[in-house]
Design a protein around this ligand. Structure first.
Ligand code: COA
Length: 318
């Protein structure tokens, strides 16, 4: 049997994002559930979020973000031979969303599949893309993180409706001689599956907020350190840190634990809420647009969430 080999490394060639039109403030939520702008800002750090509406299905948002990522990469639909759609909020599971997104984008029959690692999904997918390129299974991969979480969250549950939101981010990943996506550090703890769960098709998301908060603030800093070690860099080398945008207090706690005083920090949670697998590409795209991050910056990304799952790696900004 012969095996294929691919490029020595992989890099992100372009990023794209999509935020739904409707901006929902804390005051608007406070008209529906017993909460307040002050409570939400102080406990989770969110000022506003985007909720998808008409013409903003999961597929619509994924296609929009992907179109921008393709444009930014300078590649066309004909160049992509694999699409990985990270999502945990697909409206149905048969068929997967990936092939439909590929078709809408006019890709020429690429490998296409959905990947559900919840809020860690984008980092899982990035690793799968990088590995596919390095083994020669694919040459150019479209990685998407997209969620329409409002379909799965009870608008009357104040424990979750203030946190979760909708959006999509995408990255075009290509081969390169100089590796720009480092080794993944990933893991899971299925014994904590009840922490964030949708039990069946008739019910909405349930979350043990305190349990998730404790886990994230105690277990993930060592994972971030290991990502750096495996990539052969130190935390002091990190220019940009983009953890999953779960909660501003979790982001800030990680920054303190890692001593990342000099890095630019992704805090898109304030404006976009928690968009699960979309949160990292959304945050990074915005930081690049605003000049808070720049091309070539050494960036640490770390996704974590339901499962429980986590995954992180060091990469260079496109
Ligand atoms: C969800 C979260 C904000 C709740 O904050 P908390 O400080 O743990 O709050 P608690 O659940 O202990 O509740 C404290 C009080 O606030 C109330 N409360 C809960 N949600 C509220 C809201 N939206 N507005 C006002 N009050 C609220 C509770 O009912 C409780 O009231 P009581 O003391 O009268 O019973 C917090 O646990 C959290 O952010 N966890 C992490 C969640 C996360 O990141 N999830 C995504 C992972 S991918």
């Amino acid at each position: 049997m012969k095996l294929t080999t691919g490029a020595p490394g992989a890099r992100i060639a372009g990023l794209g994002d999509y935020r739904p039109h409707r901006v929902v403030t804390n005051d608007e939520l406070a008209q529906v559930v017993d909460t307040s702008d002050e409570w939400i800002r102080s406990r989770v750090g969110i000022r506003q979020r985007h909720f998808a509406g008409e013409g903003e299905s999961l597929v619509d948002m994924a296609v929009a973000a992907s179109g921008k990522a393709l444009a930014a990469s300078g590649l066309g639909p004909e160049d992509i031979d694999l699409l990985i759609m990270a999502t945990c909020s697909a409206p149905t599971s048969i068929p997967g969303v990936g092939p439909t997104v590929a078709d809408r984008l006019g890709l020429r029959g690429p490998g296409a599949y959905d990947l559900n690692a919840a809020c860690a999904g984008f980092c899982y997918a990035l690793s799968a893309a990088s590995d596919a390129i390095r083994t020669g299974s694919a040459r150019r991969v479209l990685v998407i993180g997209a969620e329409r979480l409002t379909d799965w969250v009870d608008p009357l549950d104040r424990g979750t409706c203030i946190i979760f939101a909708d959006g999509a981010g995408a990255a075009v990943v290509v081969g390169t001689d100089e590796p720009a996506i480092g080794p993944v550090v990933w893991g899971s703890d299925g014994s904590k599956r009840e922490a964030i769960i949708v039990r069946d098709r008739a019910t909405m998301m349930e979350m043990d907020g305190q349990g998730v908060f404790r886990w994230a603030t105690t277990r993930l800093a060592p994972v971030a350190r290991e990502c750096c070690e495996r990539a052969g860099v130190t935390l002091a080398d990190i220019d940009v840190f983009v953890p999953h945008q779960a909660n501003l207090r979790i982001v800030d706690s990680m920054v303190r634990a890692l001593g990342l005083q000099h890095a630019a920090i992704g805090r898109d949670i304030v404006e976009s809420g928690n968009t699960s697998s979309a949160s990292i590409p959304l945050a990074l795209t915005r930081m690049l647009e605003r000049g808070e991050a720049k091309s070539g910056d050494l960036t640490l990304v770390l996704g974590f969430g339901a499962g429980l799952t986590y995954a992180g790696q060091v990469l260079r900004c496109p």
